[in-house]
Design a protein around this ligand. Structure first.
Ligand code: ASP
Length: 309
């Protein structure tokens, strides 16, 4: 019996070993390790899976290496608009924010929406107003500025092209981030946070803040956090689809994840991956891309960090 488990991701995409320098690889590995450690520490102290996934995601949001929080990609207007969601599997409580600007840790704001707003999903200016009313931390534009993200934006600025962070092949800086966990009380939770797509406009929102698409948790089945081409994950209702296969078809975690990522999502042309945990503490990773930044740790002593296939 696994008592506690945690898995994290930092985005999936065209992540090739040939395009990676040893320094970069090390930087990613240590950022993933830090996030894993902070989430796992919370679980070990007896905190809830909800807290643990928030902690792990905060650590990834605070790293400029990933496309979430600090390090978020540029919109067509040269701003940063972030999306995040969080869900716990015992009562199916959830919170989400979309298109928020200046919020240091969108995942914490998503939790505050869940716990203090009486709503599930707040967007744009209203979400920022709520954030101020509950004392969430804000940062100025300089905090969110990242030279490489800026260069990525320059490549498509002024065009109608949007770019998935993880499909940029020149200098890969991938990354939506997420975490899933099981705590000692047998409750599971999931969290996802992103800056979305480079050069996005018209208020584009992806799957990450959408409960059922990019994030889902239900103690009866699993907790899921996704990353990839958001439009396809929305259409495939990917996170919930994994849960539904387990609940209605009796599939195990691993098979359900593979069915959704390697068949159903691929069938509609979607690329990306997900991390998953079930109430028994089993962990699963599935992705149909070259790589996915990922890591996990369980109370059985299993632990690993991975980048490539
Ligand atoms: N799924 C995210 C989005 O479409 C992007 C990503 O996972 O990198 O906004």
């Amino acid at each position: 019996m696994t008592e506690i488990s945690l898995a994290i991701h930092g985005g999936a995409g065209t992540i090739l070993k040939s395009a990676m320098t040893p320094e970069k690889e090390l930087a990613y590995q240590s950022a993933l390790q830090n996030a894993l450690d902070s989430g796992y520490q919370a679980l070990r102290e007896g905190q809830s899976s909800l807290r643990a996934v928030e902690q792990a995601v905060i650590s990834l949001e605070d790293s400029p290496l990933f496309n979430a929080g600090k390090g978020s990609v540029f919109t067509a207007q040269g701003t940063h608009e972030m999306d995040a969601s969080i869900m716990e599997g015992s009562k199916l409580n959830a919170g989400a924010v979309a298109m928020v600007k200046g919020v240091k840790n969108p995942i914490t704001l998503a939790r505050l929406v869940m716990e203090k707003s009486g709503h599930v999903f707040l967007a744009a200016k209203g979400a920022e107003e709520f954030a101020r009313s509950v004392g969430a931390d804000f940062e100025d534009a300089e905090y969110f500025y990242d030279e490489l993200r800026y260069q990525q934006w320059q490549e498509v600025m002024g065009t109608d092209q949007t770019q998935l962070d993880h499909s940029v092949s020149k200098d890969e800086k991938f990354g939506t981030v997420g975490a899933v966990a099981l705590d000692k009380d047998g409750n599971i939770a999931a969290a996802t946070s992103t800056g979305g797509m480079t050069n996005k406009k018209f208020g584009r929102v992806g799957d990450s803040p959408m409960i059922g698409a990019g994030t889902y948790a239900n103690n009866r089945t699993c907790a899921i956090s996704c990353t990839g081409s958001g439009e396809y994950f929305i259409r495939g209702v990917v996170a919930y689809d994994v849960s539904a296969l387990m609940e209605y078809k009796g599939m195990n975690l691993k098979d359900a994840c593979n069915e959704v990522i390697n068949h159903r999502l691929l069938d509609i042309g979607g690329d990306g991956g997900l991390i998953a945990v079930d109430a028994k503490g089993n962990v699963a990773f599935s992705f149909n891309t070259e790589g996915m930044y990922r890591g996990y740790r369980t109370s059985n002593g299993d632990e690993a960090i991975g980048i490539y296939k």
